[in-house]
Every structure is written in structure tokens, then in C-alpha cells.
Design a protein around this ligand. Sequence first.
Ligand code: TYC
Length: 114
Amino acid sequence: MIPFKKTAQNTHNPYGGNKTFAATQTLVRPKKPALYKVLMLNDDYTPMDFVVFVVQKFFNKTLEEATAIMVQVHTTGVGMCGVYTLEVAETKVAQVRDFGAQHLHPLQCTLEKE
Ligand code: TYC
């Protein structure tokens, strides 16, 4: 939504008397934050059960949901784990990479603007 300005000019009272607003008043509607998809990427080495565990742990998915995402990634190369604001999405990507690396798996995920 575009912010708009309300000025003394367009608040003039046609029945006389003083203007309703003494000074220029700017009404700003807060912008909706940009959203980013977090995408899990396939590789040939990370065990399937580890991916399912990671998706449950960091994206708050059930076992069934996490399994469906893992299968999607395994069969198509990519799968969506969730949609977040930039800071949250970046944190999730870093958490997945760090957790994978700690367990010596090359698991990667990335983010993409919605
Ligand atoms: N392709 C992996 C395997 O066959 C499994 C896997 C699934 C890896 C999803 C990463 O994001 C991934 N063990």
C-alpha cells in the first residue's frame, strides 16, 4: 500500500471555521515485510532419516510432513521447508548447514524471495 499525505489543504472545512489540521500530517501504513522461502537441496550423501530429523527440528514439521519434504527433495532436487522474513530465513539456512556440518553431512539449503 502506498503511503499518502493528508495536508491542511484537503482538510479545509467548507462550513467555515479553522482548518481541522494545523500542519501537514503524514499517514504511513507499515509495509508488509518481504518473505523468503527456505529450500532444502538434494545431495548424494546425507542419509534420508537425518534430513527428516532436520526438517522436524528446524522447521517444526511433523514426521509425516518432514518425510514428504525429504522425498520431494530426493526425487526433484529441491523442496520447500517454510516461508519466513529474511532474518528468520537466514537463521534457518545457517542452522541447517551448521547442524549438517557438525554431523559431517553436506546438507545444504538456501533461500529464495517469494
Ligand atoms: N539423496 C539423499 C540419499 O539418497 C537423501 C537426501 C534427501 C539428501 C534430501 C538431502 O535434502 C536432502 N541419501
